[in-house]
Design a protein around this ligand. Sequence first.
Ligand code: ADE
Length: 402
Amino acid sequence: MRIDVLSIFPDYLQPLDLSLIGRARRTGLLQVHTHDLRDWTHDRQRTVDDTPYGGGAGMVMRPEPWGEALDEVCRATESDQLPHLIVPGPGGTPFTQAIAHTLAGEPWLVFACGRYEGIDERVVQEYTDRMPVSVLSLGDYVLGGGEVAALAMIEAIVRLVPGVIGNADSLVEESHTGGLLEYPVYTKPPVWRGQEVPAVLRSGDHGAIADWRRQQRLERTAARRPDLATAADGLQVDAALHDLDGLQVQLAVPADAGEILTLSRACWLQEGRDHESFAIPALTDDLDQARSDLSSWRTWVVRADGRLIGSVRARQVGALWDIGRLMVAPDLQGRGLGRALLEFAEAAAPDDLTGYTLITGARSAGNLRMYRRAGYRITERSDYHGVPTVGLHKPRRSDPTI
Ligand code: ADE
């Protein structure tokens, strides 16, 4: 990866020689070039700013030095490649871990660090027509200029570049991965100033540790960042949770998408065989689809010792509660967990809905038996890419119309 940073205070960028980024530069994973914007001025005072049109406080950075500097810097490589231009500014899109991940996949980033009241708006306009441009904010506060923001963003991005962090595992469970904050961490000694390390972490029970950490992530996120809605939601569901044979049902979070997808593949394989077709969404969905489904459905997961063993999802369609993807790990089927999950999903329906619907394969004899026992009746027969399906309906008991 190559990173260029333009600033009127290139010395501000000296930390880019240190620690992780310094090492990535020395090992050749990263090239960093810093540039003094004033090198592209032509007057004795090396002027880069002027008063704002329309009046108002402060000074605005003139477009000419920026234009000359960016034209030259963005032509710096021999290939035809163009960089992704990043303009830090308090009025930008909030910089997030997800954006850091996207930018970590770019071969070349150019940071244009403004000062004063900002850079003449025409500069962003000019380059937007030529290359990807992102105006990004570090947070809802105003810094003296873009340099500190660029340093923070560069550090967040570069540590995600493969090879920069020795132990890639440490990227998997960190804060903001999967939309949750990190769980609390402890090291030796086991007791410090009267405070003990939680016993579960010293139990050696990896399943219990995984459950505890997940619960801590949810609680911490709900307490400190209630704006990260899925997490807070997950907690509410936990609180209202009934015990499913001693197992916990939790609202799924984005980090669960991969495991849900894997479990779906395992669970729908038999359905594919029964219907002599594998063109079934649960078998053909990819990870992007699984992730986006998490935002359009309420999805719950059941874990045992940290392992995802069951899931179900539901959403409102008109006056009905549409239930789908009811699944239990093949080795744990036949113990009533599917039925319990179905009842759980039904209980989560908003009060004003009149009934439940679901779809299954017309030849899925076991499923159909379970749904019939649970009060569902077939209301329609259809076809999905040549696979015969049936739609089932169950009225809600409190429905005054029945
Ligand atoms: N420049 C000044 N304030 C900033 C902020 N909050 N984020 C990014 N760049 C900035």
